[in-house]
Design a protein around this ligand. Structure first.
Ligand code: SAM
Ligand code: SF4
Ligand code: SF4
Length: 368
C-alpha cells in the first residue's frame, strides 16, 4: 500500500501475460466535447449503459497495481480527459497526474483535443506532465474543422500556444484523412505545410495517424473520411522522403502500416512487432475491460476485467488472446486487407521513433 491506496489482486494469468509491461493507457473518461467524424472512440462516447468515468480512487489503485508490475509510462486519454472531474475544477484529473508521478511513473503524458479552459494549464499538478499532446489535423481552419468540427481549431490553437509558452512539452497528433490529404497550388502535400506551421509554433514532435479501414470493428463507425490503403502508401512515401532529406526540423512519427509479404518474411522478428504478443501495454477502459490492442476499442474483446478489488482474466471467447499463438511472428493478426500483395503491420510500428518504450525500453530499431 502506498499513500493510502490499496493495490488490486491480480489473476495469475494476467500477471504472467503482463510480466514485461511497460506502459498503461488510462482511458479515464468516455465523455467528449467534440464529435470528430472519424473518431475511433465513437461507440464509447455515444453510448455507455453504466459507467462513463473511472472513479478517481479506483484509477489510482489500477495505476499503482500496474506500476508495481513494472509499468513506467502512463498515457491519460479518453474521450476527452480534460472533462474528467470538470464539475470540481478538474481536481480529480490533477490528483491522478500528481499521484502517478509520486509512485514512480517516469513518463506521464496526456492526449487532448485542446478544447478546455485555458487556466487549467496553470495548475501545478498538470504541469508535472512530461508531455501534452494536442490533436490537430491542420493549421488551416477549414481543413482541420472539416472532420473535427466547427471552431475546433480556433478553440484549441490558443491553448496549444499558451501551453508552449508555459513550458509544456507539446506534441501534436495529426490524423491524415480524405479531407486534409490534398495538395496546395504548388502540388505540395498540405500535411507538409501543417508540419512546418506546427514547428514554427514550437511543437516538439508530431505523431501521424492515417485514418483507414482495415477490416476491424471500428470500420463500422469510421466515416467517409477514410483514405484508401493505396492513398496512404503514396502519402507515406512522400512524408518519409521529406523526413529523410531533412525537410522536418522536428521528430515526425510515421506509421508504416503496410509492407509486402516478401519484406515481412525478410525480417519477421522486426516487422512482427505486436504490443499484444509482448504484453508491453495495458489499456484500461471505464466499461471495466482491460485490453491489449487499441483496435479492439468499442468491442466486447479484451484480456480481462477489473472491479474495485481485483483484475481477472477473461475466460471466454471474448478474450483477445483466445486461439492465438503468441510465439508466431506474423503480420498483425487482426487487420484484414482485400489486397493479398501487402500485409498489415502493428499500428504502433514507426521506424526510428524516439517513443520511450520502442526506443529506450525495447531498442526495437536495432532489429532492422
Ligand atoms: C480517441 S482520441 C482521445 C483523446 C482526445 N479526445 C483527442 O482527440 O486527442 C485519441 C487520438 O485518436 C485519434 N483518432 C481518432 N479517431 C481516429 C481514427 N479513426 N484513426 C486514427 N486516429 C484516430 C484522435 O485524433 C486523437 O489524436
Ligand atoms: S476529440 Fe478525441 S475522443 Fe472526442 S470525438 Fe474527437 S477524436 Fe474522439
Ligand atoms: S494492431 Fe495488431 S500487431 Fe498491433 S497490437 Fe494490435 S494485434 Fe498486435
Amino acid at each position: 500500500m502506498i499513500a493510502g491506496v490499496d493495490m488490486l489482486t491480480i489473476d495469475k494469468r494476467i500477471a504472467e501475460h503482463f510480466s514485461n509491461v511497460k506502459q498503461v493507457f488510462l482511458y479515464i473518461t468516455d465523455r467528449c466535447n467534440l464529435a470528430c467524424d472519424y473518431c475511433l472512440y465513437k461507440s464509447h462516447t455515444t453510448f455507455q449503459l453504466h459507467t462513463q468515468e473511472i472513479e478517481a480512487q479506483l484509477a489510482k489503485k489500477l495505476i499503482l497495481t500496474f506500476r508495481n508490475m513494472g509499468a513506467v509510462k502512463l498515457s491519460i486519454i479518453g474521450g476527452e480527459p480534460t472533462l474528467y472531474d470538470i464539475e470540481n475544477g478538474n481536481r480529480g484529473l490533477f490528483d491522478i497526474i500528481s499521484y502517478s508521478k509520486r509512485i514512480g511513473y517516469s513518463y506521464v503524458r496526456m492526449d487532448t483535443n485542446g478544447v478546455f479552459q485555458q487556466c487549467i494549464l496553470d495548475d501545478a499538478n498538470l504541469m508535472k506532465l512530461d508531455e501534452l499532446s494536442f490533436s490537430i489535423d491542420s493549421h488551416d481552419e477549414a481543413l482541420n474543422d472539416s472532420c473535427r468540427g466547427h471552431c475546433s481549431l480556433s478553440r484549441a490553437l490558443p491553448n496549444l500556444l499558451y501551453a508552449i509558452k508555459r513550458g509544456y512539452h507539446v506534441d501534436v497528433t495529426m490524423c491524415i484523412h480524405r479531407l486534409n490529404s490534398g495538395r496546395d497550388t504548388d502540388s505540395r502535400l498540405m500535411a507538409l505545410n501543417t508540419i512546418n506551421a506546427l514547428y514554427e509554433y514550437g511543437v516538439k514532435r508530431i505523431n501521424i495517424h492515417p485514418v483507414l479501414r482495415v477490416g476491424i470493428p471500428r470500420d463500422t463507425w469510421t466515416s467517409h473520411a477514410c483514405l484508401e490503403v493505396e492513398e496512404w502508401l503514396l502519402i507515406r512515401k512522400e512524408l518519409e522522403e521529406a523526413y529523410e532529406c531533412g525537410q522536418f526540423p522536428l521528430e515526425v512519427r510515421i506509421p508504416t502500416r503496410f509492407i509486402t509479404d516478401q519484406e515481412h518474411s525478410s525480417n519477421p522478428k522486426y516487422y512482427g512487432y505486436c504490443s499484444v504478443r509482448m504484453g508491453e501495454r495495458i489499456l484500461i477502459h471505464p466499461d471495466g475491460i482491460i485490453r491489449c490492442c487499441a483496435l479492439l476499442i468499442g468491442t466486447p474483446y479484451g484480456i480481462g476485467r477489473y472491479d474495485e478489488t481485483s483484475i481477472v482474466w477473461d475466460t471466454s471467447r471474448t478474450n483477445e488472446l483466445y486461439g492465438r499463438d503468441l510465439d508466431l511472428w506474423t503480420p498483425c493478426p487482426i487487420q484484414r486487407l482485400d489486397d493479398n500483395s501487402i500485409v498489415p503491420l502493428c499500428i504502433s510500428f514507426k521506424p526510428g521513433q524516439g517513443e520511450y518504450v520502442w526506443s529506450k525500453e525495447l531498442d526495437w530499431d536495432s532489429r532492422s
